[in-house]
Design a protein. Structure first.
Length: 529
């Protein structure tokens, strides 16, 4: 497990400081997709409230007593969001909330609230609001042999802070503990980003940018910090959120995550290393992959790696067939390749990059989006540079290892893709080429199992010619422009992290298609470096 806990793998981000006693639970992907909860209607301000017209009003629902200076409609909206979140997480844990959660949520200056209201509040809670943060304070009361935790939230009204703190309060009252710091705050951060029926990354843009451009923090530094404290920094909150989000939504790890959380909350002798130690290499790889490719809309369930897939070497004339979905990340071809060796491929079928887009072949759009691409996963858990494939042709393996395939698209835009390709692969051998897939106009779609014959006189049936019937020079020009576009996109991703590498990709883009719009943009970016 030393490998798992010692690898430098994480990056950072900012999140508002939230001191106090906290912890949080998460309804995972399967729950999000199956459960729905209508927000409870907020009641009118309670009669007899101690608030003055210039102070907070009190709103009550089934599980919350909310004291806030928010406008009435905003207060009711917040109360509904809190009830929805609480309904989902309590169903997930099969543990109903034991008593209403009291919350003091301030939009304006809390120090201007009436004295009689401030007298009811904990001084440390007031201080937290003054510092533009949030805190959940739990008190234990005993009645005979019975002990009960009563938690009160004090926080600003900004963003997801009230939901973050409300989850801490629920857990304190329900389980009596908050769990270790990484789990407590990581899961609470997920709570503030909670959206029903949406498991995608939806945190703030600055969080994504921070995590993508910062040197990854090791799992050990997140789980076993030397000197971190609750409410320490938004950067540390970001790392905890990233790890919890991956474990909660990635199908490879989510089944173990809930029992681990329960064990931690019940203070069992269980550790992260015990649960995930056998998957050390895989979880480190996917953690780093998540950080490198994360963007708004990224879904860990669609981008997970299928570690159960079996790969074999294919000796000509035998072939290897696989199916590649447009709405997923890298998918196993189940074929092993050797560096420097050539392999034939033939991809039939159609897919599209949005519900209202046209279906295209494995050659994709003119921009290169939607094209079938490959990558080699090596035995030391590293990836080659992605390389172009398309509908039909031959490629040379850049490394030795497993061949993985996908539809080229932005990582945060996979969910609305549609369609599947059937791909056939074989080791290259002279005079024994794969048959070219039937030509179908890119604006048309052939249903699974249906083929459409090529027009008489086309070259589509001749191995080695373009399925679109273009001349070799036109085909090469289009392919080079697509490759240049790929290089340009990679360069943009690296501009904030590795300027030297970004410059290299920009120069390659210009060399591939010197007269294209891609080259013009690349030159413009080079001038600014």
């Amino acid at each position: 497990m030393g490998n798992l806990m010692g690898l430098q793998a994480a990056r950072a981000r900012q999140s508002g400081s939230r001191p106090g006693v906290h912890w949080f639970v998460l309804a995972m992907a399967s729950l999000v997709l199956t459960l729905s909860a209508a927000p409870a209607a907020a009641q009118s301000p309670a009669s007899g409230s101690a608030a003055t017209p210039n102070g907070p009003q009190t709103y009550r629902s089934k599980n919350f007593v909310l004291h806030t200076d928010l406008p009435v409609e905003d207060a009711r909206k917040l109360l509904g969001e809190l009830e929805t979140m609480l309904s989902l997480i309590s169903r997930y844990w099969n543990a109903p909330n034991r008593q209403p959660i009291e919350m003091y949520v301030a939009q304006g200056n809390v120090q201007n609230w009436p004295r009689e209201v401030l007298a009811q509040m904990d001084p440390s809670g007031i201080a937290s609001i003054v510092n533009r943060a949030g805190v959940t304070i739990g008190r234990t009361a005993s009645l005979g042999n019975q002990r009960a935790m009563k938690s009160t939230v004090y926080c600003i009204a900004k963003g997801g802070v009230p939901k973050h703190e409300a989850v801490h309060a629920y857990c304190q009252q329900t389980f009596g503990t908050s769990g270790p710091l990484w789990y407590s705050e990581g899961m609470a951060e997920m709570g503030q980003y909670w959206q029903v029926d949406d498991t995608s990354v939806n945190c703030e843009d600055y969080v994504v940018q921070y995590l993508r451009r910062t040197q990854p923090k090791s799992l050990n530094d997140i789980i076993n910090p030397a000197a971190e404290n609750t409410g320490d920094s938004w950067e540390n909150y970001a790392w905890r959120w990233a790890l919890c989000h991956l474990l909660a939504y990635n199908p490879n790890y989510q089944a173990r995550f809930r029992p681990l959380g329960l064990g931690l909350l019940q203070e069992q002798k269980i550790t992260f290393e015990q649960v995930y130690g056998p998957m050390a290499n895989e979880i480190i790889f996917e953690y780093l992959f998540f950080l490198n490719h994360m963007e708004k809309g990224y879904r860990a369930d669609l981008c997970h790696w299928d570690w159960s897939a079996k790969f074999t070497k294919v000796i000509s004339p035998k072939t290897q067939s696989c199916r590649v979905k447009a709405a997923q990340g890298w998918q196993p071809s189940r074929m092993l390749v050797d560096a420097g060796q050539k392999y034939d491929f033939s991809a039939s079928g159609k897919w599209k990059l949005a519900k209202d887009a046209d279906f295209v072949s494995a050659d994709g759009e003119r921009t290169g989006a939607g094209r079938l691409v490959g990558v080699v996963f090596t035995s030391d858990y590293k990836l080659s540079q992605p390389f172009e494939l398309g509908t039909y042709g031959t490629f040379e393996a850049p490394d030795s290892g497993q061949l993985w395939l996908r539809c080229r698209d932005d990582w945060g835009q996979l969910a609305d893709n549609e369609g599947t390709l059937d791909v056939v692969l074989k080791h290259y051998s002279v005079g024994n080429s794969l048959p070219a897939p039937s030509a179908v106009a890119t604006s048309e779609y052939t249903s699974p199992g249906e083929t459409k014959p090529s027009p008489p006189g086309t070259d589509s049936e001749v191995p080695g010619t373009s399925s679109s019937g273009t001349t070799p020079s036109t085909e090469n020009s289009t392919a080079n422009e697509a490759k240049a576009g790929s290089k340009l996109r990679l360069a943009k991703l690296l501009l904030l992290r590795d300027v030297a590498k970004a410059r290299e990709y920009l120069l390659e883009a210009i060399e591939l298609a010197p007269n294209s719009k891609v080259a013009q943009e690349a030159r413009s970016l080079l001038e600014g470096l």
